[in-house]
Design a protein around this ligand. Sequence first.
Ligand code: IPE
Ligand code: IPE
Ligand code: MG
Length: 261
Amino acid sequence: MAANLSEALAAPAPGLPDRALMPHHVAIVMDGNGRWAQQRALPRTVGHREGAKTVRRIVQACTERGIGVLTLFAFSSENWRRPRPEVEVLMNLFLTTLRGEIRRLDNANIQLRFIGEPAAFPSTLQDYIAKAQRRTANNTGLTLVIAANYGGRWDIAQAARRASEEVSAGRLRCEEITPEIVHRYTCLADLPEPDLFIRTAGEQRISNFLLWQMAYTELYFTDRLWPDFDPADLDAACAAFAGRERRFGLTSEQIARGRGA
Ligand code: IPE
Ligand code: IPE
Ligand code: MG
Protein backbone atom coordinates (compact mmCIF):
# COMPACT_ATOMS: atom_id res chain seq x y z
CA MET A 1 0.00 0.00 0.00
CA ALA A 2 1.44 3.37 -1.01
CA ALA A 3 2.25 5.62 1.93
CA ASN A 4 1.09 8.83 0.30
CA LEU A 5 -0.65 10.19 -2.77
CA SER A 6 2.49 10.95 -4.79
CA GLU A 7 3.78 7.42 -4.22
CA ALA A 8 0.41 6.04 -5.24
CA LEU A 9 0.46 8.11 -8.44
CA ALA A 10 4.04 7.08 -9.23
CA ALA A 11 3.31 3.38 -8.84
CA PRO A 12 2.29 1.56 -12.01
CA ALA A 13 -1.24 0.14 -12.13
CA PRO A 14 -1.27 -3.61 -11.44
CA GLY A 15 -0.10 -5.55 -14.49
CA LEU A 16 1.35 -2.47 -16.21
CA PRO A 17 5.05 -1.86 -16.82
CA ASP A 18 6.99 0.63 -14.73
CA ARG A 19 6.07 4.19 -15.69
CA ALA A 20 9.52 4.79 -17.22
CA LEU A 21 8.86 1.93 -19.64
CA MET A 22 5.43 3.18 -20.66
CA PRO A 23 5.11 4.83 -24.06
CA HIS A 24 4.61 8.60 -23.84
CA HIS A 25 3.09 8.91 -27.32
CA VAL A 26 0.88 6.15 -28.73
CA ALA A 27 -0.30 6.28 -32.36
CA ILE A 28 -3.09 3.96 -33.49
CA VAL A 29 -4.43 2.88 -36.89
CA MET A 30 -7.98 2.03 -35.87
CA ASP A 31 -8.72 -0.64 -38.44
CA GLY A 32 -11.35 -3.37 -38.79
CA ASN A 33 -14.65 -1.56 -38.32
CA GLY A 34 -15.96 -2.86 -41.63
CA ARG A 35 -14.97 -6.47 -40.94
CA TRP A 36 -16.46 -6.30 -37.44
CA ALA A 37 -19.83 -5.40 -38.98
CA GLN A 38 -19.54 -7.86 -41.87
CA GLN A 39 -18.89 -10.71 -39.43
CA ARG A 40 -22.30 -9.89 -37.93
CA ALA A 41 -23.99 -9.44 -41.31
CA LEU A 42 -24.45 -5.74 -40.50
CA PRO A 43 -23.71 -2.74 -42.72
CA ARG A 44 -20.10 -1.50 -42.47
CA THR A 45 -21.36 1.77 -41.03
CA VAL A 46 -22.53 -0.02 -37.87
CA GLY A 47 -18.89 -1.01 -37.38
CA HIS A 48 -17.86 2.64 -37.59
CA ARG A 49 -20.38 3.52 -34.87
CA GLU A 50 -19.00 0.77 -32.63
CA GLY A 51 -15.51 2.00 -33.41
CA ALA A 52 -16.44 5.46 -32.12
CA LYS A 53 -17.38 3.84 -28.77
CA THR A 54 -13.96 2.22 -28.64
CA VAL A 55 -12.35 5.63 -29.10
CA ARG A 56 -14.06 6.87 -25.95
CA ARG A 57 -12.90 3.81 -23.93
CA ILE A 58 -9.33 4.01 -25.16
CA VAL A 59 -9.04 7.76 -24.60
CA GLN A 60 -10.12 7.23 -21.02
CA ALA A 61 -7.72 4.30 -20.60
CA CYS A 62 -4.86 6.46 -21.88
CA THR A 63 -5.61 9.23 -19.39
CA GLU A 64 -5.77 6.68 -16.56
CA ARG A 65 -2.39 5.27 -17.61
CA GLY A 66 -0.68 8.66 -17.78
CA ILE A 67 0.00 8.44 -21.52
CA GLY A 68 0.88 11.94 -22.74
CA VAL A 69 -0.17 11.88 -26.40
CA LEU A 70 -2.62 9.67 -28.27
CA THR A 71 -2.77 10.05 -32.05
CA LEU A 72 -5.65 8.29 -33.81
CA PHE A 73 -5.90 7.72 -37.55
CA ALA A 74 -9.57 8.44 -38.22
CA PHE A 75 -9.67 9.08 -41.97
CA SER A 76 -6.88 8.83 -44.50
CA SER A 77 -6.44 10.94 -47.60
CA GLU A 78 -7.20 7.74 -49.54
CA ASN A 79 -10.45 6.97 -47.69
CA TRP A 80 -12.32 9.46 -49.93
CA ARG A 81 -12.21 6.72 -52.56
CA ARG A 82 -14.66 4.59 -50.56
CA PRO A 83 -18.33 4.38 -51.60
CA ARG A 84 -19.94 7.77 -51.17
CA PRO A 85 -22.62 6.66 -48.66
CA GLU A 86 -19.90 5.25 -46.36
CA VAL A 87 -17.92 8.51 -46.57
CA GLU A 88 -21.08 10.48 -45.76
CA VAL A 89 -21.82 8.33 -42.73
CA LEU A 90 -18.25 8.82 -41.52
CA MET A 91 -18.49 12.62 -41.89
CA ASN A 92 -21.75 12.64 -39.90
CA LEU A 93 -20.25 10.36 -37.30
CA PHE A 94 -17.22 12.65 -36.85
CA LEU A 95 -19.51 15.61 -36.29
CA THR A 96 -21.93 13.89 -33.90
CA THR A 97 -19.10 12.26 -31.94
CA LEU A 98 -17.27 15.54 -31.62
CA ARG A 99 -20.44 17.35 -30.52
CA GLY A 100 -21.30 14.62 -28.05
CA GLU A 101 -17.82 14.28 -26.56
CA ILE A 102 -16.38 17.78 -26.46
CA ARG A 103 -17.67 18.68 -23.00
CA ARG A 104 -16.41 15.40 -21.52
CA LEU A 105 -13.01 15.84 -23.19
CA ASP A 106 -12.71 19.41 -21.98
CA ASN A 107 -13.71 18.46 -18.43
CA ALA A 108 -11.07 15.73 -18.47
CA ASN A 109 -8.44 18.40 -19.30
CA ILE A 110 -7.79 16.82 -22.72
CA GLN A 111 -6.32 18.96 -25.48
CA LEU A 112 -7.81 18.07 -28.84
CA ARG A 113 -5.86 18.62 -32.03
CA PHE A 114 -6.46 17.71 -35.66
CA ILE A 115 -3.86 17.02 -38.30
CA GLY A 116 -4.57 16.73 -42.02
CA GLU A 117 -6.41 18.91 -44.49
CA PRO A 118 -9.76 19.96 -43.02
CA ALA A 119 -10.63 22.05 -46.10
CA ALA A 120 -12.12 19.00 -47.82
CA PHE A 121 -14.62 18.40 -44.99
CA PRO A 122 -18.19 19.75 -44.89
CA SER A 123 -18.08 23.33 -43.58
CA THR A 124 -20.08 22.52 -40.41
CA LEU A 125 -17.47 19.91 -39.51
CA GLN A 126 -14.62 22.30 -40.28
CA ASP A 127 -16.18 24.93 -38.03
CA TYR A 128 -16.68 22.45 -35.23
CA ILE A 129 -13.12 21.18 -35.50
CA ALA A 130 -11.82 24.75 -35.18
CA LYS A 131 -14.15 25.38 -32.23
CA ALA A 132 -13.15 22.18 -30.42
CA GLN A 133 -9.46 22.96 -30.85
CA ARG A 134 -9.92 26.49 -29.49
CA ARG A 135 -12.01 25.28 -26.56
CA THR A 136 -9.40 22.75 -25.40
CA ALA A 137 -6.24 24.63 -26.46
CA ASN A 138 -5.10 25.41 -22.91
CA ASN A 139 -5.80 21.98 -21.44
CA THR A 140 -2.77 20.28 -19.96
CA GLY A 141 -3.78 16.61 -19.68
CA LEU A 142 -3.70 14.08 -22.52
CA THR A 143 -3.07 15.54 -25.98
CA LEU A 144 -5.52 13.77 -28.27
CA VAL A 145 -4.55 14.12 -31.92
CA ILE A 146 -7.06 13.11 -34.59
CA ALA A 147 -5.57 12.49 -38.02
CA ALA A 148 -8.40 13.28 -40.42
CA ASN A 149 -7.93 13.60 -44.15
CA TYR A 150 -4.31 12.97 -43.26
CA GLY A 151 -1.60 11.29 -45.30
CA GLY A 152 2.06 10.87 -44.36
CA ARG A 153 3.17 11.81 -47.88
CA TRP A 154 0.98 14.90 -47.84
CA ASP A 155 2.59 15.85 -44.51
CA ILE A 156 6.13 15.60 -45.91
CA ALA A 157 5.10 17.44 -49.10
CA GLN A 158 3.50 20.31 -47.17
CA ALA A 159 6.64 20.57 -45.00
CA ALA A 160 8.78 20.76 -48.15
CA ARG A 161 6.44 23.38 -49.60
CA ARG A 162 6.59 25.52 -46.49
CA ALA A 163 10.38 25.28 -46.31
CA SER A 164 10.53 26.28 -50.01
CA GLU A 165 8.39 29.32 -49.26
CA GLU A 166 10.95 30.37 -46.66
CA VAL A 167 13.69 29.97 -49.27
CA SER A 168 11.72 32.08 -51.78
CA ALA A 169 11.22 34.75 -49.14
CA GLY A 170 14.97 34.81 -48.47
CA ARG A 171 14.60 33.64 -44.86
CA LEU A 172 16.22 30.24 -45.43
CA ARG A 173 19.00 29.01 -47.73
CA CYS A 174 18.73 25.70 -49.63
CA GLU A 175 21.98 24.48 -48.02
CA GLU A 176 20.40 24.96 -44.59
CA ILE A 177 17.65 22.40 -45.26
CA THR A 178 18.42 19.43 -43.00
CA PRO A 179 16.16 16.77 -41.48
CA GLU A 180 15.89 18.96 -38.38
CA ILE A 181 14.64 21.91 -40.46
CA VAL A 182 12.15 19.78 -42.43
CA HIS A 183 10.95 18.33 -39.12
CA ARG A 184 9.94 21.78 -37.92
CA TYR A 185 7.38 22.02 -40.71
CA THR A 186 5.86 18.55 -40.31
CA CYS A 187 2.71 17.96 -38.28
CA LEU A 188 3.27 17.34 -34.55
CA ALA A 189 6.74 18.94 -34.66
CA ASP A 190 6.14 20.36 -31.18
CA LEU A 191 5.34 16.94 -29.69
CA PRO A 192 7.60 13.97 -28.95
CA GLU A 193 7.58 11.41 -31.76
CA PRO A 194 5.36 8.33 -31.33
CA ASP A 195 6.95 5.68 -29.13
CA LEU A 196 4.43 2.98 -29.90
CA PHE A 197 2.40 2.37 -33.07
CA ILE A 198 -0.57 0.02 -32.79
CA ARG A 199 -2.56 -1.30 -35.73
CA THR A 200 -5.65 -3.38 -35.12
CA ALA A 201 -7.33 -5.92 -37.43
CA GLY A 202 -4.30 -7.88 -38.57
CA GLU A 203 -2.95 -5.83 -41.46
CA GLN A 204 0.76 -5.20 -41.11
CA ARG A 205 1.21 -1.93 -42.93
CA ILE A 206 1.39 1.78 -42.23
CA SER A 207 -1.16 2.89 -44.87
CA ASN A 208 0.32 6.38 -45.24
CA PHE A 209 0.07 7.26 -41.53
CA LEU A 210 2.87 9.23 -39.81
CA LEU A 211 5.69 8.34 -42.22
CA TRP A 212 8.13 11.02 -41.10
CA GLN A 213 7.37 10.84 -37.39
CA MET A 214 7.61 7.04 -37.10
CA ALA A 215 11.25 6.64 -38.11
CA TYR A 216 12.02 5.02 -34.72
CA THR A 217 8.59 4.09 -33.44
CA GLU A 218 8.06 0.55 -32.14
CA LEU A 219 5.45 -1.26 -34.25
CA TYR A 220 2.78 -3.50 -32.72
CA PHE A 221 0.12 -5.38 -34.66
CA THR A 222 -2.88 -7.18 -33.25
CA ASP A 223 -5.63 -9.22 -34.92
CA ARG A 224 -8.25 -7.65 -32.64
CA LEU A 225 -10.75 -5.60 -34.65
CA TRP A 226 -10.99 -1.96 -33.55
CA PRO A 227 -14.57 -2.19 -32.15
CA ASP A 228 -13.35 -5.07 -29.91
CA PHE A 229 -10.09 -3.39 -28.83
CA ASP A 230 -10.23 -2.75 -25.10
CA PRO A 231 -7.98 -1.42 -22.31
CA ALA A 232 -6.55 -4.92 -21.72
CA ASP A 233 -5.41 -4.95 -25.36
CA LEU A 234 -3.82 -1.55 -24.84
CA ASP A 235 -2.02 -2.94 -21.79
CA ALA A 236 -0.79 -5.92 -23.84
CA ALA A 237 0.65 -3.50 -26.41
CA CYS A 238 2.30 -1.44 -23.65
CA ALA A 239 3.75 -4.60 -22.09
CA ALA A 240 5.21 -5.63 -25.47
CA PHE A 241 6.65 -2.12 -25.84
CA ALA A 242 8.26 -2.36 -22.39
CA GLY A 243 10.06 -5.51 -23.52
CA ARG A 244 11.61 -3.90 -26.61
CA GLU A 245 15.14 -2.55 -26.74
CA ARG A 246 15.16 0.77 -28.60
CA ARG A 247 18.65 1.28 -29.96
CA PHE A 248 18.31 4.29 -32.30
CA GLY A 249 21.27 3.01 -34.32
CA LEU A 250 23.51 2.29 -31.33
CA THR A 251 24.68 -1.15 -30.19
CA SER A 252 23.14 -3.08 -27.31
CA GLU A 253 26.38 -2.63 -25.37
CA GLN A 254 26.22 1.14 -25.77
CA ILE A 255 22.61 1.12 -24.59
CA ALA A 256 23.56 -1.01 -21.57
CA ARG A 257 26.39 1.38 -20.70
CA GLY A 258 24.02 4.28 -20.95
CA ARG A 259 23.51 6.18 -24.15
CA GLY A 260 26.53 6.02 -26.43
CA ALA A 261 29.26 6.13 -23.79
C1 IPE B 1 -11.18 1.62 -40.17
O1 IPE B 1 -11.96 0.51 -40.41
C2 IPE B 1 -11.96 2.92 -40.23
C3 IPE B 1 -11.63 3.80 -41.36
C4 IPE B 1 -10.73 3.55 -42.28
C5 IPE B 1 -12.40 5.01 -41.48
P1 IPE B 1 -12.23 -0.01 -41.88
O2 IPE B 1 -13.47 0.63 -42.41
O3 IPE B 1 -11.03 0.17 -42.74
O4 IPE B 1 -12.48 -1.56 -41.61
P2 IPE B 1 -12.06 -2.77 -42.55
O5 IPE B 1 -10.58 -2.68 -42.76
O6 IPE B 1 -12.81 -2.63 -43.84
O7 IPE B 1 -12.47 -3.97 -41.77
C1 IPE C 1 -6.07 3.09 -42.60
O1 IPE C 1 -6.99 2.06 -42.75
C2 IPE C 1 -6.78 4.38 -42.36
C3 IPE C 1 -7.55 4.49 -41.11
C4 IPE C 1 -7.63 3.61 -40.18
C5 IPE C 1 -8.25 5.73 -40.95
P1 IPE C 1 -7.45 1.54 -44.20
O2 IPE C 1 -8.43 0.47 -43.97
O3 IPE C 1 -7.89 2.68 -45.03
O4 IPE C 1 -6.07 0.97 -44.81
P2 IPE C 1 -5.84 -0.05 -46.01
O5 IPE C 1 -6.64 0.43 -47.16
O6 IPE C 1 -6.27 -1.40 -45.55
O7 IPE C 1 -4.36 -0.01 -46.23
MG1 MG D 1 -9.45 -1.02 -43.19
